[in-house]
Design a protein. Structure first.
Length: 310
């Protein structure tokens, strides 16, 4: 029989998993997501991507501000769910909530645990030059991504991949993995294994102070830093444009040949010298403007030697 599930998730990354669980016949008793937040120029309340999909599917949506009260626990138990599926929910689940479903709570995490436990595994994997990433389904405990692992899928990371690219590749991969895991749970055949105590790393939340580009670093490190923060928050530098220092976010780049002082613009095609080697900027964004290809940027804003990016 299909499982009766509570789904807990918030951003775009969680939507494919919700859709796949519904498509495979599981009964979604309720969807938990974060409360709407003001966004955009008008600062109107915006519901989460998961709430949008849940309402389209006719599933009940709850947006509690805490799960730590007796009332929250009673409401959670009242769904009479077999298990809960958690994908980038954004709230800590207390032990009482974890213990409520008889089959447990299962999390989809965007890394190869125990590497990159925590908030920003996709960004950190790229920024640190990892050769691969992946998704894992684990049975949750009260630790930070420390639960026993049920299933995993791996995915290579190329130097061309941005955080958005990796996010978009892992989301459907994770959806398929969670559906298979719930199928195993339904049949009573889901195997769990403890995470290794070796190789534990933490993917701390991205801080704005990290986003400024350090051109003194080797070209591959600069490239991975740029791609790991693209499109948000966006790695940035400053350039003298129209006689003023202007901030530019660099969204995509590639390795290039060239030598110069770190930050030097080496040609008329936005090849920039790094501490060792160079990169060529492919996509960028000026403050207050839409993202654009470098060729479009250069048509309106010539940036050539002896300019320097800081």
């Amino acid at each position: 029989m299909p499982l009766r599930l509570i789904f807990m998730g918030t951003p775009d990354f969680a939507v494919p998993t919700l859709l796949e669980l519904v498509a495979h016949g599981h009964d979604i008793a309720a969807v938990y997501t974060r409360a709407p937040k003001p966004a955009g120029r008008g600062m109107k309340l915006q519901v989460t991507p998961v709430e949008q999909e849940a309402r389209r599917l006719g599933i009940a949506v709850l947006t509690p501000t805490t799960l730590k009260t007796p009332d929250a626990l009673e409401a959670f138990r009242a769904h009479n769910a077999d298990a809960a599926v958690v994908v980038a929910y954004g709230m800590i689940l207390p032990q009482a909530i974890l213990d409520a479903p008889p089959l447990g709570c299962f999390n989809l995490h965007g890394s190869l645990l125990p590497r990159w436990r925590g908030a920003a595994p996709i960004n950190r994997a790229i920024m640190q030059g990892d050769a691969e990433s992946g998704v894992m389904v684990m049975k949750m405990d009260v630790g930070l991504d420390t639960g026993d692992v049920a299933m995993a899928e791996r995915l290579p990371i190329s130097d061309t991949m941005t955080a958005a690219d990796l996010h978009d590749a892992l989301a459907p991969l994770g959806a398929d993995l969670m559906v298979r895991a719930m199928g195993g749970l339904e049949r009573g055949g889901l195997q769990l294994r403890k995470q290794s105590e070796q190789g534990v790393t933490y993917a701390a939340k991205i801080e704005k102070a990290e986003a400024r580009i350090d051109w003194k670093r080797p070209a591959r490190e600069v490239l991975r830093h740029i791609h790991g923060l693209s499109p948000f928050p966006g790695a940035w530098c400053e350039a003298a444009l129209d006689g003023e220092a202007a901030r530019i976010k660099i969204l995509r780049c590639e390795p290039a040949k060239g030598v110069g002082a770190p930050g030097d613009v080496l040609d008329e095609h936005l090849t920039i010298a790094c501490g060792d080697g160079a990169i060529k900027i492919l996509e960028l964004q000026r403050a207050g403007k839409a993202p654009m290809k470098s060729a479009d940027f250069l048509r309106g804003t010539p940036l050539k030697p002896p300019a320097r990016l800081g």
